[in-house]
Ligand binder design. Sequence first.
Ligand code: AMP
Length: 428
Amino acid sequence: MSFEKLGLIKPLLSAINELGYEHPTLIQKRAIPLVMAKTDIFATAQTGTGKTAAFGLPILQRLRKTDGEAGRSARAVILSPTRELSIQIHEDLDNFSKHMKVECVVLVGGKDISAQQRILQRGVDVIIATPGRFLEHVENGLDIANIEVLVLDEADRMLDMGFTKDIRKIHPLLPKNHQTLLFSATYSDKVRKLSKLVLRSPAFIETSKKNSTVDTINQVAYLVDTERKAELLAYLIGSRNYPQVLVFTRTKVSADALFEELQKDGLKCGLIHGDIPQAKRLKTLAQFKEMKIRVLVATDIASRGLDIEELPYVINYELPSVSEDYVHRVGRTGRAGRDGEAISLLDIYEKYDIKDIERVIGQKIPQKTVEGFEPDPSIRRKDIEDIKLKSEHKKPEKKKVRQYNKNTSGIVTKKTTKKRKTTKRDAK
Ligand code: AMP
């Protein structure tokens, strides 16, 4: 099967060719004809499957005839959960439409709304936006009467991030006969509910097993004591000569701490999380893509929508608090059929938590140790939980945990204030 056979027009075929895409991916083969036939779609597709082109190419084809008039209103809107993903989709659409006269605009929070309004006044064809900012524009009078296609990309993530209300508000405001394309990495109850509300006689496309990770990713977990994780991470990166690594933490606090620690180890690092200003995040991402930064430390907010070509390694410094996020994190590697490796560093708690993840992905992740970093066998989960329980009944105090000390090669007692449980909000 070729892109020509899918019936794509010349300007799109030339652009695809220039991007080096030789054959359509599975989701592209299935979705493109359906989108062209104006059918609603419910697609479970992971990141890295080529889903942006699966909806982007047929939408551009449909919009190829623009009247070119200033002030013309958009005919397609693509909603995505994060600014980064919206910007990424915009970049992809700009690449696909480089030989066409289609105007795409990205509307995300954190940017000047009046500047965005001025761009809209010049006339646009496609809007790529986060739901909150899109709604703000609609409430400020954005003309959506000509919208023909709505794309909900990474719908599960949008719902997880609290955009349900916004989407429910937006949907009835769009013209009655518009086409809706819903893409989701997972098939949760929340997504199913939303699909019932927004889709009309949809075609279902399932390109992978439910929540399964991409086949080409080699997954492994290393057991290690909590306090030695940063050291093991630096050791793995250094001794294995990893050229470019994306490292995930569960919280902003641990991302900050790890970032400092790795910098002290002399590694060129970047940091992306919800408290980092948007401009700085984008700059860091660009530096990482250009390989000026070797290690990018990120929380889950960054785990969606980062499109980094041929990213070979993803390391879960801490497991995500939501098991499904594991799929999204490791989806950063092994993209579009390339090989990748996903490493998880497991402390005594996570050794058990990973079972949830294994249930979600339907496969076992082998657990290994790295010589010199074997966990201290005298630390037992129960001991730590007992200490935690006691401390929850008392006033907050520093807890004592027995740990292995590499300098003395023996067991020492160390004070730690590390808390394991965090809220979802904290992770953003
Ligand atoms: P996506 O799932 O849309 O984020 O795409 C993942 C990556 O695959 C991006 O880097 C795309 O540029 C790339 N890609 C998409 N479609 C193809 C294709 N047919 N052949 C090769 N690479 C592709």
